[in-house]
Design a protein around this ligand. Sequence first.
Ligand SMILES: NC(=O)c1ccc[n+]([C@@H]2O[C@H](COP(=O)([O-])OP(=O)(O)OC[C@H]3O[C@@H](n4cnc5c(N)ncnc54)[C@H](O)[C@@H]3O)[C@@H](O)[C@H]2O)c1
Length: 437
Amino acid sequence: MSKRLPNSVIIGTGEYVTGYVPGGGSKSDKSCGVVGLVHFDMRRRGLIGERILIAGTNGTKFPPAREHLKRLIDGRYRDLSSSFESFPSDDCKRDPNAYKEALNQLQEGDLVSVFTPDDTHFEMTKEALERGCHVMVAKPLVLEFEQHKVLADLAMKKNRLLLVEVHKRFDPIYSDARQRLNSGQMGPFGYFYSYMSQPKFQLDTFQAWAGISSDISYYLNSHHVDWHVWAMAGRGRPVSVRATSSSGQAEKRFGDGRKCEDTITLMVDWENKESGSGDDGCNSGMKGHAVYTSSWTDPVSDVHSQQHFYCQAHHGFLKADQAHRGYYVSTDQDGYKSVNPLYMKYTTDAEGYYNGQSGYGYQSFEKFVLAAHQVNEGTKLASDYNNLLPSAVSTLQVTAILHAGRISLDSQNSTVRINYTEQENLFKPTSLTVLSN
Ligand SMILES: NC(=O)c1ccc[n+]([C@@H]2O[C@H](COP(=O)([O-])OP(=O)(O)OC[C@H]3O[C@@H](n4cnc5c(N)ncnc54)[C@H](O)[C@@H]3O)[C@@H](O)[C@H]2O)c1
């Protein structure tokens, strides 16, 4: 039994962690970041230990990032301190291994959050799990299906949580939609589409990796693919993926010869398990299909990110527009905006305290921390959370779809089959195969 509060390492110092981006404070909807603020508040509330360590590559970025956080957090919220230990030191221009130094400070059962470019997630997560830490990773967990399997197995072997930070699962509307799809009223799945985008100025924020080590589908389709896979758990499975894309705007903006899609669409065929007449595996003969589209070349609009989906089942449909909650704010500074305080709420309560704990961007981390307490105290196993939280074990289909999409784009839009071993597990993909055009 351990009552010690776990300390935390956050790897990454970018927009999602600090809100501090090349050129100053982010102009997105996350001006003081998400991961740092949530950790500082969880420390104030006594959910995590005193030590919060943040690791980046460039130490010279820490002094202005600290100033930025001090102004927007300490200067704004009562009793909330944004203090943290940083790696590498402030005079170090570049050390991509500084995160290992931060991990050296931790004990087994401590917490690691990985919020770095997608191609670095695998090594960092593996290292943190091997040291016996619980790990929360930004979506997408990894770029490659085989890497996902390795990490999921390692987490189970070590009895450690390995979660993907897909906060939309905690949005009251998205989680209600999932429950309704599974309520028995809707019937087998037929058709799904989603669209998610960001304004093109985000390309400047992500210039270090956009088109180089990841793409817009990994970055944004990952959200709705995760929701759909989660909603279909035990009822159907994705079997093939074909991807297509648009280009021209991002490549022109970067102007450095890199290849970078503007918009990516994944077209995915699904098989339904249920046929309404007994259990015939996934051979019910009833197919569904899904179209997931994401873009980072939208113009500036009333929201930072357009995001909506439509899901048709045999006896009903669900439709959600996450960008428009029927709540609008206009200021001289920012103009007319559709805002969503259900995600991250930055305003204070009547006594001046930060009170965004109910936001689903916050909840996502709090659930990770509370689950880690249970595993550390021995009251639960990490595997008890496999289906309760977005674990690596339960999200293999997500990486299978995203990776198959990338393979399709890189092989003249070929169809990529997702393979399963029928007898062993109807829903656990085993490999990907490129089919000829
Ligand atoms: N920005 C968002 O709204 C958002 C939302 C959810 C998830 N995410 C995810 O968070 C991750 C990071 O996104 P971001 O928006 O903060 O990106 P960003 O480009 O603003 O920041 C990436 C950060 O990672 C750091 N980094 C790179 N290599 C590193 C290394 N070896 N060691 C330590 N740090 C390293 C960089 O220094 C940089 O600070 C991505 O996986 C992204 O999908 C971002």
